[in-house]
Design a binder for this molecule. Sequence first.
Ligand code: FMN
Length: 211
Amino acid sequence: MAIDDLRREYLLTKLQRSDLADNPIDQFQLWLQQAIDFDLNDPTAMVLGTVDENHSPSQRIVLLKDLSDKGFVFYTNSQSQKAQQIAQNPNVSLHFPWHKMERQVSIKGVAEKLGIKETLAYFAKRPRESQIAAWASQQSRPIKSRELLLQQFEKMKAKFAQGEVPLPDFWSGYRVKPSSIEFWQGGAHRLHDRFLYTATDNGWNIERLMP
Ligand SMILES: Cc1cc2nc3c(=O)[nH]c(=O)nc-3n(C[C@H](O)[C@H](O)[C@H](O)COP(=O)(O)O)c2cc1C
């Protein structure tokens, strides 16, 4: 298969300056709702980019679980690779690849750990098996086999057989406070529409970028 022959035009719609909300969170809420209504798979899935102490980047998908003017929230193991990198350097990127809508949203910002109260409020809402799985996995560490992981899961299931599953002290929410948010809409002949919101002392600056 000649992958360099795979191409399509992006003709779904256009994005104009007059379409945009003054605040990028309002604009994002609108696009997210449209992504949900469009029946995208995992519309809240976002690629989180972090860097290690040698500035070497890594990326992985996490799920957006809350959104407000304060930022974009996800949950993870706070001893994982991503969490260790955030502890060393809180500058991160988020990327929403909404291909089917010929859209992407790219965010830069600073991640901070949520408090226990907020984390617990979300943890308590997770299915019991997911709560137990959080206990069973030392995320990002090597393990010899899937069987060992399942044994660990069964062990935790037995340990927490009675009552509520407690919040692991190695599990936390993170909020990314955005410093810039770019909205991208595919356009004909690769002349895409791009608008970049940049945080300033008194609000948001908006500029169109060349594709
Ligand atoms: C659709 C999807 C959603 C995911 N959501 C999460 C999530 O919300 N939190 C999480 O810790 N990992 C999530 N993962 C797994 C991560 O991509 C990743 O493998 C894991 O967090 C370990 O990353 P790290 O070793 O870089 O820290 C998800 C993966 C996929 C494909």
